[in-house]
Ligand binder design. Structure first.
Ligand code: ADP
Length: 247
């Protein structure tokens, strides 16, 4: 007779296999549409009688879809890296405020284009974490805040709380309905799939954020009110500035 624990292990393996299959199905779906659409625009562009306006629009559409594929490709690589445990986390002590400023500088043009203000006034605070992974976390959260906000501001705040550093990204955007709140961290889960895809979203960003923070032994939290905005926050271990080793 099979032992219960053995039966449980088999059930767990079956569940994981099902998740993998589902994941591959989702990836195929996300890849197929932009590829077809790029093909369609290119074929149309081959026509010699197209007016310059339409030509310009089609080239832009094709590039937009290429951008989607590129984002998907990068997110998939990140997920594969995170699943490969050996290469999980490389912690060091670094200045979090400096990193946040780099991320904000990079995303500033996207915010400006939408007429949004990004506020990031913080004191220098050192943390012990994987700098490049935390860059990705901040990038994904701030990028989302910009994508899902039409007017107002994005506020990024870093504060020390005893042996932890509290990081939050607040926006005045569309917000997330209550019933979606615990699902948005699942791979490919989106509240509004079309809006997400149009803004180049892959539906993977928050699942990557969650996975990275989990690897640090931390969690991601969210609070949101529809029509008023969202607040995402997490913590990292505080470190003294003099623990930082200058490279
Ligand atoms: P996406 O590429 O679709 O942005 P994410 O995993 O980053 O994928 O986010 C999942 C979904 O959560 C988004 O499609 C969106 O519906 C919702 N979401 C994420 N961040 C915000 C935000 N700041 N405001 C409103 N909705 C958000």
């Amino acid at each position: 007779k099979m032992s219960d624990s053995f039966r449980e292990k088999i059930a767990e393996l079956q569940r994981l296999t099902r998740l993998q299959t589902e994941f591959i199905g989702n990836v195929s779906h996300e890849v197929r549409n932009p590829i077809f659409s790029i093909g369609g625009y290119l074929e149309a562009l081959a026509s010699p009688t197209m007016d310059p306006e339409t030509r310009k629009r089609y080239v832009e559409k094709a590039l937009q879809n290429l951008n989607r594929l590129n984002n998907l490709f990068n997110d998939l690589i990140e997920i594969a890296r995170l699943e490969y445990r050996a290469d999980l986390i490389h912690p060091s002590v670094f200045n979090l405020q400096e990193l946040l400023e780099e991320v904000v500088d990079m995303l500033y043009p996207k915010a400006e284009e939408k007429g949004l203000i990004i506020q990031a006034e913080n004191d220098p605070v050192y943390v012990r974490a994987d700098r490049e992974r935390i860059r990705q976390v901040l990038t994904n959260l701030i990028d989302n805040a910009i994508s899902y906000t039409d007017e107002g501001y994005i506020r990024c705040r870093i504060r020390r709380r005893r042996d932890k550093v509290h990081v939050e990204v607040v926006d005045t955007g569309r917000g997330i309905p209550e019933e979606h709140l615990d699902r948005i961290f699942e791979r490919f889960y989106r509240v509004d799939p079309d809006r997400s895809r149009r803004s180049g979203g892959t539906g993977l960003g928050l699942s990557i954020v969650k996975q990275i923070l989990q690897a640090h032994g931390e969690a991601i939290h969210v609070e949101s009110t529809v029509g008023r905005g969202s607040r995402f926050w997490f913590e990292l271990p505080y470190a003294e500035a003099d623990e930082a080793v200058s490279a």
